[in-house]
Design a protein around this ligand. Structure first.
Ligand code: UD1
Length: 371
């Protein structure tokens, strides 16, 4: 009997599921070598923030559910650390794979390395150089303690080199989130969410806003409001609202103001296929999400990023992303650019080709089995 290698894939928050799914599928194809399990930390728990993503992505129920839920950073990270350690003590693994930059990422990585279990980090090396972002702290710390660092774009490799990381740990593999998008593109087109909502292709803007720096204080949220008014003066806007954002809108008494924007349709958060169907069909995206900057880049859809920086500079170099911050005049000029954006002849980044999972699994196989 050949020896199988036991691997845990950790996911907790909405953007994690797209990154673990292609790995799960690839490891399952190689079940004589790899015994793979999914651990869901429970950082996100609503159906529309979690389960629908698992379903869309062909992932079965998580093998382990830690059920940590929401809380302050310390509470949430601490609870994941404790629950993850319990699980690893009861059922050790040979390798833990963490993805992205959320609290689940750092907590799961920390629990593993402290027990001597090696960790691989997917999406390593991305840096916004803004420690005001909780994600930046999670990224830096996770990279420091991980054994294998898989970068999605060249800037990740460069940042890790600049931080003095041993070259042998760094692997440029491309983008796992794009594997999920490419693998599911036919189904994404087939769900016809835009059509169902009465939206004409290329005639609407898609909005997502949830960064604490944009929604956790009233002054920023009021600027978001004026940006949306400005965009909605010309385009119909669709805005699936993240739970953090809807709570802030209520708390700051801005609900009526948002509701009064005529061309703005606010909805509950929506699942992966439906959301991506909107992105495939929209004229442009207005967002502060990291993943959406990448997905729009692969699709050749113009993206206006409502942040002062991006840890994903390849999207800017590719020509699909403008980083405008919460600066109304910068957003207005970016809107002009986005409305006239011509994607004919556009080519997405080279390694974002749908084969990142295969590269990752090959490298892991080589590290373990020498081939
Ligand atoms: C987290 C990630 C962020 C990522 C985002 C994607 C961290 C530090 N941040 O931010 O990088 O871009 O996920 O969505 O890990 N809530 C619900 N239902 C849920 C989950 C959350 O109502 O299923 C509400 C809770 O009130 C919670 C708030 O949303 O307090 C924020 O959730 P949390 O996981 O703390 O952070 P996100 O803002 O989602």
């Amino acid at each position: 009997m050949p020896v199988t290698y036991k691997i845990y894939l950790v996911a907790g928050a909405r953007p994690n599921f797209m990154k673990i799914a292609p790995l799960w599928h690839r490891f399952k194809e190689l079940r004589e070598r790899f015994d793979v399990y999914v651990i869901h930390t429970g950082q996100h728990y609503d159906y529309v923030m979690s389960e629908v993503f698992l379903k869309n992505l062909g992932l079965k129920e998580p093998d382990f559910y830690l059920g940590v839920g929401s809380g302050t950073h310390g509470y949430q990270t601490g609870r994941i650390l404790i629950e993850m350690e319990k699980l690893l003590l009861a059922r050790p693994a040979d390798l833990v794979i963490v993805v992205g930059d959320v609290n689940s990422t750092i907590a799961a990585a920390l629990a593993s390395v402290k027990l001597g279990i090696p960790v691989a980090h997917i999406e390593a090396g991305l840096r916004s150089f803004d420690k005001g972002m909780p994600e930046e702290i999670n990224r830096i710390l996770t990279d420091r303690i991980s054994d294998l660092l898989f970068a999605s774009e060249p800037s990740g490799v460069e940042n890790l080199r600049n931080e003095g990381v041993n070259e042998k740990r760094i692997h440029l593999v491309g983008n796992l989130m794009i594997d999920s998008l490419k693998n599911n593109l036919e189904q994404i087109k087939a769900v016809k969410k835009a059509e169902e909502m009465g939206l004409e292709s290329r005639k609407f803007g898609l909005v997502t806003i949830h960064r604490p720096s944009n929604v956790d204080n009233k002054a920023s949220l009021e600027i978001v409001l004026s940006i949306l008014k400005e965009a909605a003066a010309e385009d119909k806007l669709v805005f699936p609202v993240h739970p953090r954002t809807s709570k802030s809108i209520e708390r700051f008494g801005l609900k009526d103001e948002f509701d009064s924007i005529e061309n703005l349709e606010m909805t509950e958060p929506i699942g992966y296929f439906d959301f991506m169907n909107l992105m495939v069909n929209c004229r442009y995206v207005l967002t502060d999400s990291g993943g959406i900057q990448e997905e729009s880049c692969w699709l050749g859809v113009p993206c206006i990023t409502l942040r002062n920086n991006t840890e994903r500079p390849l999207t800017v170099e590719s020509g699909t992303n403008r980083v405008a911050g919460l600066n109304l005049s910068a957003v207005i000029s970016a809107l002009d650019w986005a409305r006239d954006f011509d994607s004919s002849g556009y080519r997405p980044p080279k390694l974002w080709d749908g084969n990142a999972a295969e590269r990752v699994v090959k490298i892991i196989g080589k590290c373990i089995y020498g081939q």
